[in-house]
Ligand binder design. Structure first.
Ligand code: BGC
Length: 721
């Protein structure tokens, strides 16, 4: 990368909130054969060459563990060159200098850095000569029209501000962390047009896009200079139909745009929003709703999985899961895209990752993020609760930090690519070696901070949690959760190690000791649904059948309701169906009342909610504090629909061979899944007909098909039963 020869440059003087634009004027006197621009910054940038945008990467350079890894983009800019050229690069805060980190009071140490740019343009002329233009003090810099910008803030723009360039100054800042672009770029993906516009009971003018989405608004209008367009975003309306932004917490999430004279179009360039509704707080005279639309942003990834059923509510759930993946796979896997958080929560990442790998090809997306997990891993082995770690930098505890083992293992299962394991093996080993250094009990993981079975609903009858913090945690035993995930991480190390030809005898002995200690300590004290589910899922019971019976009985006894939180929910239906309780699993999936997957659908959800009752039956909210309407964790149920309801399982990693055992339920007339694996398309469809159940199965590989308990081995082909 020639960018290493360039200097970091900045604007002289006291930092201001106004976003700077750097400029280089240059001429190319001869015909150019190739022109490559390398660029990055400590924020997010937009580069323009002769007034045209360079590339289509939105929010470049993306979000990584910046102090160790900062991606450099390389663009072919030959097609944008003239004889006389102006290269302008605007650098806003983005994630690097992100402000207002929530809840911990932790300050982002990079928050007070000035905006800095580094770039290199390499021109090769037709005559074979070369020229390199590097950022240095020959560049100029001006305050731009963007007067305030931030991931949570949104954007303030004043198009009447004149630019006034002065020399840029070079600055001393490391270059050792510069790496070539690794992840898929974030692109504009879809346009969504207003579905309706109306006055709320409070008299506010609101646009409804009909879909909760992640991205920004874009508009085109005629205006007088100085007229203003101010827009606020919201995910939901309150019970009276009024515009509601309480759940954004401190994220301002607004656009304030001061027009220049004449016809103009704009969209925010350095931020994104999670929203379904826009409130028009102020607009130029004559502004109308057809002048505005929404643009959906997410990382570039190819769709690979589709679900479709005879039930419109279930189909809406499938759509909500897809939209939550799109909305939260914006350069990193986030918990939510709207409030003052939008972090790469490791727990949420691992919970949803199986469903994610089926719905989209996320290989490149996770390859980059896992490299950040490695970079963020502490010297003594602990993995932060969020990656990139930026502000919140503490161990994540059981089920969160275990993303370091679970995600690579899942990627290997879905795609059959062993490099996910070889890349991560050392990190996995260092993680499981860290646990005994902090645990208070030998061969278990006890006495440590954990989020528990976050958001579980299993407090004992009549117990009212003392405060809102406590009410977010379930009743499952923290030590049990951590120990179960410890066992699972060691198990993954064993399986990965064997595939990689490592000696894993030490870990096999460790796993046996953990399992024995777990049984001795917890097996007679499995109270909550999650405690039972984890024990089953991680094979820590000597009598799984009786335990599964007890789990099924518990679900029935509490009125056919799940009580599991983030940790237990992803495995609940799997463990029920694994031990013959598929009918109960179906009941949970199809439940339309709280708590149930179709409850939010009945309340008009278009994405997955953080809380089963984010909006309660009476229309009131769970709370302002932590109430996202775009949180994919419970969307993990899609993997049960693909893998059990439609029955598509890998018999070998990457579906090099498959096993298909559909599990129909008469409450649904039909269900189908299409899965584009690396070995080709698998399709499993079933339908109730007058003469019985019709199964249609297409497979590109040798497959074991199990229907009504009868097994057939088939080769590639299309089958009808
Ligand atoms: C996030 C969760 C996350 C959690 C940790 C929340 O604020 O949104 O999804 O896993 O914190 O418990």
């Amino acid at each position: 990368m020639i960018i290493r020869n360039a200097s970091w440059i900045t604007m002289d003087g006291a930092p201001s909130t106004v976003v700077p634009v750097f400029r280089k004027i240059f001429s190319c006197g001869r015909p150019v054969r190739s022109a490559a621009l390398e660029v990055t910054c400590d924020g997010v940038y937009e580069a323009m060459l002769n007034g045209r945008r360079v590339g289509s990467f939105i929010l470049a350079p993306g979000w990584t563990e910046y102090r160790r890894r900062l991606q450099v983009q390389c663009y072919d800019v030959k097609y944008l060159l003239n004889e006389e050229n102006a290269l302008e690069i605007t650098v806003a805060n983005g994630w690097y200098r992100r402000t207002n980190a929530p809840w911990t009071g932790t300050k982002n140490p990079d928050e007070f850095l000035p905006a800095m740019l580094i770039a290199a343009l390499r021109l090769v002329y037709e005559d074979g000569s070369e020229e390199t233009i590097l950022t240095d003090s020959s560049w100029e810099v001006s305050e731009s029209s963007v007067t305030l910008s931030g991931i949570f803030i949104g954007e303030d723009v004043d198009m009447t501000r004149p630019l006034s360039y002065e020399p840029a100054v070079t600055c001393d800042y490391p270059k050792s962390m510069l790496i070539p672009q690794e992840g898929p770029e974030v692109h504009e993906q879809e346009t969504v047009w207003p579905r309706a516009s109306f006055r709320t009971p409070r008299g506010e003018w609101v646009i409804d896009f009909g879909q909760n989405l992640t991205g920004y608004m874009a508009f085109e209008l005629d205006a007088r200079a100085g007229e203003k367009l101010s827009l606020s975003t919201a995910e939901v309306l309150d019970k009276d139909g009024n515009f509601y932004t309480g759940n954004y917490r401190s994220a301002r999430s607004q656009l304030h745009y001061i027009c220049r004279e004449g016809r103009q179009s704009y969209k925010p360039r350095f931020t994104f929003f999670g929203f379904r509704y826009l409130r028009i707080d102020e607009a130029p005279e004559g502004f109308s709703v057809d002048q505005i639309h929404a643009v959906v942003l997410h990382s570039e990834m190819k769709r690979t999985g589709w679900l479709d059923s005879s039930d419109p509510m279930l189909n809406q759930l499938f759509s909500n899961i897809i939209w939550s993946q799109k909305g939260n796979y914006l350069d990193i896997p986030t918990d939510c895209p709207q409030r003052d958080e939008r972090y790469g929560w490791t727990g949420d990442g691992q919970i949803f990752c199986r469903a994610a790998t089926l719905q989209y090809d996320v290989r490149q997306f996770f390859r980059k993020w896992l490299a950040d997990v490695r970079a963020a891993q502490h010297d003594n082995g602990w993995v932060p609760e969020v990656v990139p770690s930026l502000t919140a930098y503490k161990p994540g505890g059981g089920a969160w930090s275990d993303a370091v083992t679970i995600i690579p293992w899942q990627l290997y299962q879905t795609y059959g690519d062993i490099s996910f394991l070889s890349d991560m093996y050392d990190a996995m080993v260092r993680w499981i070696a860290y646990i005994p250094t902090v645990s208070t009990t030998k061969d278990l993981w006890t006495g440590c901070w954990t989020y528990g079975d976050w958001l579980a609903l299993d407090w004992p009858e009549g117990y009212v949690p003392a405060n809102i913090e406590l009410s977010k945690r379930g009743y499952s035993n923290d030590d049990l959760i951590c120990s179960a995930f410890y066992a699972n991480s060691v198990d993954i190390v064993i399986r990965a190690g064997k595939l990689l030809g490592k000696d894993v005898s030490e870990y096999e002995a460790l796993h046996a000791r953990i399992a024995a200690a777990y049984k001795a300590r917890f097996i007679d004290r499995l109270n909550t649904q999650t405690e039972k589910v984890l024990t089953l899922h991680f094979n820590l019971s000597d009598d799984p059948r009786s335990l599964a019976d007890a789990l099924a009985e518990q679900v029935r006894a509490c009125g056919m309701k799940l009580q599991t939180g983030l940790v237990g929910t992803p495995y609940l239906l799997h463990e029920l169906s694994r031990y013959g309780y598929t009918e109960i699993a179906w009941s949970l999936l199809l439940r339309k009342e709280y708590p149930g997957w179709l409850y939010s659908v009945s309340k008009g959800a278009t994405t997955m909610w953080e809380h089963w009752d984010g909006i309660k039956p009476d229309g009131t909210f769970w709370d302002d504090d932590m109430n996202s309407y775009n949180h994919y964790a419970y969307g993990s149920v899609a993997d049960w629909v693909f893998g059990v309801a439609c029955g598509i399982q890998p018999a070998e990693p990457g579906y090099a061979a498959a096993r298909i055992e559909p599990r129909p339920d008469p409450r649904l007339n039909s269900l189908g899944a299409v899965l584009d694996t690396v070995h080709g398309r698998i399709r499993s469809f079933w339908k109730y007909t007058d003469s019985g159940i019709r199964y249609e199965i297409d497979t590109p590989v040798r497959t074991e098909i199990v229907i009504d308990g009868k097994t057939r081995i088939v080769e590639k082909g299309q089958y009808l039963f």
